[in-house]
Design a protein around this ligand. Sequence first.
Ligand code: SF4
Length: 330
Amino acid sequence: MKKIGFTTTIPVEVIIAGDCLPVDLNNVFITSEKPYTYIEKAEEDGLPRNTCSWIKGIYTAVMNKSVDEVIGVVEGDCSNTHALMEIFRDNGIPVLSFAYPYGEKEKYALLKKQIEKLMLHFGLDWKILEKTVSRIDKIREKLIMLDNLTVEGYVNGFENHLWLVSSTDFNSNYIRFEKDLEQFLDEAKSRKRKDAKVRLGFIGVPTIFSDIYQFVEERDCAVVFNEVQRQFSIPYLEYDYVERFVRYTYPYDITYRLADIKKEIVKREIDGIIHYVQSFCYRQIQDVIFKKELDVPVITIEGNDPESIDARTKIRLESFIEMLIGKRGV
Ligand code: SF4
C-alpha cells in the first residue's frame, strides 16, 4: 500500500478511501526512538538552526523515505511548509498541496474544492468517500468519549494528548487503532475517578517536551483540555464532511480558536491555561491576544527540542500551580 505523508491534519478519510496508508509526518518524527537525530540530520543537510524543530523533523521523516508521497498544507498551518515542499520536489518526491482558505468569504465552497482536488488525486467520488467517513466516524465518536472521560477524571491529560494527536493518521492502521482505543476506554471506565486541586488546559501546538504532562499531573493538577489535539480529532460529527473542516479552528483566524477555548474553559471548569509555544514559530505572537482575552491565568511555556523540561520551566510551572491552588483556596 502506498504511504501518504502529510504535514498537519488533513481530511484523512480521503487517503483511507483511496486505499493508501495515512502517515502524519510529525508523528513519525516525535515517536521515533531518537527524534533528536532527525533534527541533527536536517541541520547537517543545511536547514537553518533557527528553524522550528517540527519542520526539521518532518524534513528528515520524508528524506528518510518514510513515505511515497507528501501532502503539504500550504495555507492554514505553517509558512515553512512552502520551502519544505520545494526541497521535496527538488529531490524528486511527489508533492501535492492542500490549503485551508483564510478569510470569511466562500470558505465552505473553497474547502470543498480542496477536498475534491484530493479526491480526484485518489480517484474517488463523494459516494465512496461518504462510506469511509461513516466507518471512521465510529472511531471519532470513541475519541469524543475519551475526551469526556478526561473531563470527568478517568483519563489523564497525557493519555488524552496521545490519543487525540494520534487520530490525525490513526497510527496508519485505523482498525488496530480502534481496537486499542476500545480496550483503553474499557480500562479507563473501570478506574477510580481522580479529583485534582487544580484543573488545567493546554492551548497551542502540541508540546515537544516529553514529560510536561507528568510534571504537572504529579503536582495535584489535572489536565482536562488539550485544545489543538482535540481540534485534530475533528469533533464535529453532527455536520457534513466539508462543514467539519470549516468548524475545525486550528487553520483559521485566531478568533475561532479563542471562541472555542473560552467555551471549553467554562464547560471544563478550568482554573489556568498553559500556552505552549514552539521556538521560532510565528504562532508565538498570538500569545499577546490569549493573555489579553482569556479570563483565567495563562502561563506561556516555550520548547525547542524533544527533551525533558528544564529546571527554569519547572520552577515557573510550580509557581503557577501554587498561585492557582492559592486562588482556589484549597
Ligand atoms: S510549530 Fe509553528 S513553525 Fe513549527 S511547524 Fe508548527 S506552525 Fe510551523
